[in-house]
Write a new protein. Structure first.
Length: 174
């Protein structure tokens, strides 16, 4: 993906480096960590979902959750602090678009297409990644409103929000 904004070479920086090398904006949540980690993954993520089967490890980086609903060293780096950070993620010029595209692909991954029968999301992702999808979709549904793609993913695949995520959102300050 050429033309992507680049995080500053300083991992503690709150600035984003534009393709022309100029520094712009402030990134108080260090969302650049997602931009950088997703860059080599997005094509294969969409290819896997188009085929209806997740085969590689990308869920933590592409479908973030709120802190406290997931665990692990790598996961801890890619969790969000709360609703304000989730809103900033959705407003980011690349990340919001990428996440909505992945959610659309998640919906399509379970549909009957080209001789493939309709099936549950767990068949496309596996049990653990399906749980992570539910947590991610719940977080971003609350950040984006009840009528978007995140709400549709929850309705179609899970029948309701992830209770752990809802609990974390209720106890977080933003």
């Amino acid at each position: 993906m050429t033309g992507d904004m680049q995080p500053s070479s300083d991992p503690m920086s709150t600035h984003i480096t534009l393709p022309n090398g100029a520094t712009a904006g402030i990134d108080p949540y260090n969302l650049g960590r997602f931009v950088q980690a997703q860059r080599p993954l997005m094509e294969s993520v969409l290819t896997e979902l188009d085929a209806g089967e997740k085969r590689t490890d990308w869920m933590d980086v592409v479908c973030p959750q709120i802190r406290g609903t997931a665990s692990g060293v790598a996961v801890d780096h890619y969790v969000l602090s709360g609703l304000d950070e989730a809103k900033a993620y959705l407003e980011h010029p690349l990340l919001g678009c990428r996440l909505r595209t992945v959610m659309d692909a998640m919906l399509a991954a379970t549909q009957a297409i080209g001789g493939r029968p309709e099936r549950p999301i767990e068949a496309a992702l596996g049990e653990e990644d399906a749980k992570q999808l539910r947590a991610c979709a719940t977080l971003f549904k609350h950040a984006d409103g009840a009528h978007g793609v995140f709400a549709l993913v929850i309705r179609r695949h899970f029948g309701g929000d992830d209770p752990d995520t809802v609990s974390r959102l209720a106890s977080s300050d933003g």
